[in-house]
Design a protein around this ligand. Sequence first.
Ligand code: PLP
Length: 328
Amino acid sequence: MPRQSLGFFPTPLVELAKLSDKLNGPKIFMKRDDNTGLALGGNKTRKLEFIMGDALKQGADTVITAGAAQSNHCRQTAGAAASLGLECHLVLGGEEPDQVQGNLLLDQIFGCHIHWAGAHRKGEDIPKIVEQLKKEGKKPYVIPYGGSNELGAIAFVEAFRELEFQRESMGVAFTHIVFASSSGATHAGLMLGDRIFGSDCQIVGINIDKGEMDQVPFDEHIVALANSTARLIDIDYQFSDSDLILNDDYVGEGYGVIGHLENEAIATLAQTEGILLDPVYTGRAMGGLLDMIRSGQIKQTDRVLFWHTGGAPALFAYANDLNVAEKR
Ligand SMILES: *Cc1c(COP(=O)(O)O)cnc(C)c1O
């Protein structure tokens, strides 16, 4: 698979001993993909190494992708495209906001072209923009929503390999890997990695978004992506619904609606470990993990890895929804 280096790997694997103490809970570790090094970091850097590798191989001079106004995927795509000398088009849901903040500010600094798409927040408008770019003589390459295709999932099979080396040298075996799941390639790749490397831990995605992907319910989408990725890399394994752990308990009011769960998780991690989570993804997923520990779904004898997928640049854009007075 062609791969374009974009980030700094391996990302650190750290133990969160103070958080474990505070919860009187299990051993908790964190994979710091918020520190991938590209454009303030995040899990999309891994996917983009394979996706941009493919775009360059195909001779593209322009990339186009879609997301929410505060999309971390779009921000990392903008940074990657800038570093590779590619023109970048972003199709963002909603209307242009009065104040440019967070990821959107960074998109603009990276010099990409922004198309506001209103209610079409998952890239519905991409085909017509691609036609226009072709008419202008450009060679556009479409990056799927969230970078979630087989190449994105392969990046997380590789990430699992990276984790295996680190956890072996630390002498720890995880019972659970917990992370925010929203367009599916992180989840599909980790499921497949777990299977390939025989680590036999529970791959627990915390669902972030009530929606579906490409008109398919999200759970079916993840299983199908895991299977198509397995076929692409010649792994003879067929996943079924029962292999998937997608926890829907914490979607609350839906995508990007910040409540007590996220506020409490953000304050707890910041104030016990000095680690920043984000309001939309990791704040919600960590809120879920804290609840699963407090309610005994995850036991004191377990060993949990939380995969920090990034996103902190969005904190600034959600300043009004964050209760900064939340105390430990
Ligand atoms: C995109 C993203 C996720 C979800 O990863 P998927 O592979 O799209 O499911 C989680 N956290 C952050 C911060 C993200 O930007």
